[in-house]
Design a protein around this ligand. Structure first.
Ligand code: PMP
Length: 409
């Protein structure tokens, strides 16, 4: 029996009731964006109905209430990921902006010829393109840790690539294509042995499993609210306090300063030093509510449920000779998503046919073009699972796939 009361969870997500034609939505695109429970939707509506004001500035009651709620949201998120406190939690727009914040604030200032940035072959464009461009501008070099046939990192190669020339190791915690869970603790140890920083892209990890940034010993860690029951437009950059104190800010303007003259300025305390201008107030407060929602379910339970669904999907796909699956094989602990191709059918066509069954999956390169080049395919289809998905929805997916294959046979 499932450890989660899926029916009760589903009742929190009004969008799951939607029907297309006479078919009920089967939403399997959670790695792109998860759906939003009533609790989070209500938090946003309540904020605008009862508390809306700018933060940090006003002395009036509304502004004070909004400021306290917004600041406490940082405390809540810090607790959710095991950070030391609000000083280490910067609210950004998304994982991509978190990555760019460090690339611009730290990378542009600190990198130069002879320095190396080590990524993996399974990086999302959010990290790959960002470090690539920063390297071009600074004269640093980017190197990529190889993956093996099943999409696991080659850790011998990692130990070879990470040297005293390495200044930054930037790795995805869980691959959004392969579902591989990378040994980020071990990579952090290797990076630190060479006095390098490590940045972990946790976009596919924080929503899906318990994450403790201090246990990982990550110097930086990033994720997005919209993949964890939160709204779009809010993301997080975690950074170790002493590093954030030393680092230059990336965006300048109001709120991030303490004292400004016509000649110069000094920076506000953490984390506000990195939150220039009016922040995403409702989004931050709603993200804290999303953390509450997930903690009530229990992140261990989320992880177990997703792994179970991924294993079930892998087992069902194995019934078909012409379905190619990417990433670690069934039996191996992996993230709650499965990328696949049906022989002779382009992933885009597949996704369109599945849409006729009201089954939502992703098709394309999933912002990992170099990885797809490496895999030797232009595109893959991806089914990704969350707390409200069921095995019966995977059965619907498989039935739809079976029909699609016959259409193209
Ligand atoms: N990294 C990974 C591993 C992702 O899956 C995603 C989302 N597709 C991102 C980064 C970027 O997230 P966002 O678009 O919210 O910035």
């Amino acid at each position: 029996p499932d450890i989660l009361d899926i029916e009760a969870i589903r009742a929190d997500f009004p969008i799951l009731e939607r029907e297309f034609g006479d078919q009920q939505l089967v939403y399997l695109d959670n790695a792109a964006t998860t759906q939003t429970p009533d609790q989070v939707i209500d938090t946003i509506a309540d904020y605008y109905r009862e508390m809306n004001a700018n933060v940090h500035r006003g002395l009036h009651q509304l502004s004070q209430e909004a400021s306290i709620a917004y600041e406490e949201a940082h405390d809540r998120v810090a607790e959710f990921i095991g950070a030391g406190g609000r000083e280490e939690v910067i609210f950004t727009k998304n994982t991509t902006e978190s990555m760019n914040t460090v690339a611009y604030a730290w990378g542009l200032n600190e990198l130069g010829p002879g320095d190396e940035v080590v990524l993996t072959e399974m990086e999302h464009h959010a990290s790959l393109v960002t470090w690539q461009q920063i390297a071009k501008r600074t004269g640093a070099e980017v190197k990529y840790i190889r993956i093996d046939e099943d999409g696991r990192l080659d850790m011998d190669h990692a130990r070879e690539l990470i040297t005293d020339d390495t200044e930054m190791v930037s790795v995805v915690h869980v691959s959004n294509v392969l579902g591989t869970i990378n040994p980020v603790e071990e990579l952090a140890d290797i990076a630190h042995d060479h006095d390098s920083y490590i940045f972990v892209d946790g976009a596919q990890a924080v929503p899906n499993r318990p994450v403790d940034v201090e246990a990982i010993d990550a110097d930086f860690y990033a994720f997005s609210g919209h993949k964890m029951c939160g709204p779009t437009g809010i993301g997080v950059l975690y950074g170790k306090q002493h590093i954030l104190e030393e680092m230059e800010p990336y965006l300048y303007g109001g709120d991030m300063i303490t004292k400004v003259t016509f000649e110069d300025a000094t920076w506000n305390e953490l984390p506000w030093k990195y939150e220039a201008g009016t922040p995403i107030i409702a989004g931050g407060i709603a993200l804290a509510e999303a953390a509450d929602y997930l903690d009530d379910i229990g992140m261990e339970n989320v992880e177990r449920h997703e792994n179970e669904l991924a294993q079930y999907a892998l087992d069902r796909f194995a019934e078909f000779d012409d379905i190619e699956v990417f990433g670690p094989p069934a039996g191996e602990h992996r993230g709650g998503l499965v990328s696949f191709n049906v022989e002779g059918v382009h992933a885009h066509d597949l996704s369109e046919i599945l849409n006729d069954y009201a089954v939502a999956v992703r098709a394309g390169d999933h912002c990992t073009q170099p990885l797809h080049d490496k895999l030797g395919v232009a595109a893959t289809a991806r089914a990704s699972f969350y707390i409200y998905n069921t095995k019966s929805e995977i059965d619907t997916l498989v039935e739809a796939l079976d029909d699609a294959r016959q259409l193209f046979a």
